[in-house]
Structure formats: structure tokens, C-alpha cells
Design a protein around this ligand. Sequence first.
Ligand SMILES: C[S@@+](CC[C@H](N)C(=O)[O-])C[C@H]1O[C@@H](n2cnc3c(N)ncnc32)[C@H](O)[C@@H]1O
Length: 330
Amino acid sequence: MADDEAKQLAETFPADPELYRPSKEEIEWLKKVIGIEDEEELKRHAFAVQAEGLAVCPYPCLTIFVFTSYKIAKHPAYQDVLKLGKERPGAIYLETACCFGNDVRKLVSDGYPIENIVATDLQKDFWQLGHTFFRTTPSSFPVPFLTGDIFDPEFLSPASPLPTSRSLPNIPPPPSLISLPTLTPLLHTLSIIHAAAFFHLFQKEEQRELAFLLASLLSPLPGSLILGSHIGLPDTAEYRHGGSRPSHLSGTMFAHSPSSWRDVWVGSRADERGVGEGGKAEEGVFKRGEVEVWAEVTEVVDRSAFARQEMGKTEGVSKGVILSWSVKRV
Ligand SMILES: C[S@@+](CC[C@H](N)C(=O)[O-])C[C@H]1O[C@@H](n2cnc3c(N)ncnc32)[C@H](O)[C@@H]1O
């Protein structure tokens, strides 16, 4: 990018240095994978790429430099992810809503076989900016990337999730990841699906649809895993968010609690506490007993005025809360 273009971008999207807070461990990792030893230079590099990302679409996660950190390695199920990568031949890992692809890059540096990873996002430019930030090219970091809207049936054709089974169904093996045109050829084949800061972009019904879509991609083999984290609450609620959001996203957000999130995956019975709206039972994505669901909320420590505004929304919610979760076939 030309210097004057970069300068103009930096003026349009000025970085807030208070929000640049990778941990010590993350800084060491960034230095190693990017190859910039000087921490001030690393910071300037992050500020410049952040401005380019915000120009593509102004997600709050970019404002708070999420791409300079990683979530996957902090997830309690991370060891299961690495183990599957090592022990299950050809175990395919999909990073949904990958943005710059920082989580995928962490996974590769921790030894997950790169040839079994695929990433997807609505915005191709974010993936390209991942190459810019991590100073790679599609040849030096050959993880295949698919551009698409996960709700678009031409990109991911709706299909029912398979029941958990020890034997593989009679479906064709997945094609080479390099030449994938869409996500559809991956139906029923993925061992691991990661979805970070993705579900909370959507309303309650869309979140449920997204859960079905991801489940339809999951291999029926026991141990296959969908995991992630996003904004949640101790008690389910819809609220109007207080921070800035890309304009195509609605002004309201829907936050699941651990128990309502569990119901999404395995349903609720009419005689239970977790009954659906109006006291009706709700069907889950999977049948009970087919999967183990783990979900927990943790409070986000307010780090800045931005985080307080963004995470401590305006109406009725005073703290930022993250719902971490996993759904594992048993
Ligand atoms: C808040 S960012 C999360 C990025 C990353 N997973 C993280 O945890 O930092 C949301 C991402 O979802 C992508 N996205 C939004 N709507 C999408 C859709 N319908 N299909 C696929 N990706 C979508 C955006 O382009 C963006 O990269």
C-alpha cells in the first residue's frame, strides 16, 4: 500500500493504543510467526493493518485488536482439538468466521497438520489482510480459504446432521481441500469446527439455524467437536448493544445463557426448567445422548472505556460476559 494511502487510512481509523493489549505470551508468538522482533515496530504494524481491516468492515473485534491474540488455545477443549489432529487420520478442522485467521495460525504453530485445515469468512479481504499482518502468502501459508455467507444455500446446502456413529456413512470422501468451491462438499466430514465471536452477530432464530448448519458439517464419529465462544449472559436476554457495529448488523443482540445454549444443541423438554418459549418443548440440533454439551459464562474484565461501552451494553446489562462452549459427539 502506498504511504499516502496508509496515512489517510490511519487518519480515518485512528488506533486507540489503550486497546492494543496482547499478552506477553501472545507477543512472543507474534514475534515468532511474523518475524518482527521489535515490539514498537510490531505495534505500528498492527495499527496499520487494523486501519485496513476497519475500512473493510468496522467490527469491534478489529477495534480491540483481536487479531493480535488467539482464542482457540485458551479454550478448555484445545487439547482435544490437538489430540484429534494427531490421532485421527485426515481430521479436518474448519475455522468459521475466521477474519484475519489468527486462530488458524496459532493452531498451525501448535502442530495441527496444516493440510487438514480450511478457513471461511464472508470477507475475502480479511483473509488477505491476515497474509499482510502475518507476512505470508498463499504459498507460504497454504490453508485454503473459502469466501461465502454461511447462510447462503449455494455456499452451504442445508442438510440434516447425521446421528453419532462409530462407522462412517456411505458418503463420498471429502474432495481435496485445495480445490473446494464451497462448504457443501464438506457436509458430514469435519472433525472440528471452531466458531469464535460468530453466533452473537445473529438473532435467536438465526443462531439456531447456524447451529444446525455447523452440525450438518460434522463427522458422525464420536469425538467430533464443535467449539467456540461469543457474547452470552448468565440469563438469556435480548438487548440493544451500546457499541458500534457494522451497519448491516441489527441494533439488537441476543445472548444465550449456558442453559438455553445447551437447549439449542440437545433440546428442552416441556417438563423441564429449560422449556422453550410459551412452555413448549424445543427440538435440539442433536438427540440427547449423542453429544456432550459444555457451556460456561465468564465475566470480561473491563480493560478500557471502549470495552465498557461495547461489552457492558446499554440496556439492562452492566457487564461483559463471554459464553464458552463445546459440543462433542459421544
Ligand atoms: C466479530 S468477527 C470474529 C472474528 C474471529 N472469529 C474472532 O473471534 O476474532 C465476525 C466475523 O464473522 C464474519 N461474518 C459475518 N457474517 C457472516 C456470514 N453470514 N457468513 C460468514 N462469515 C460471516 C465477518 O466477516 C467477521 O470476520
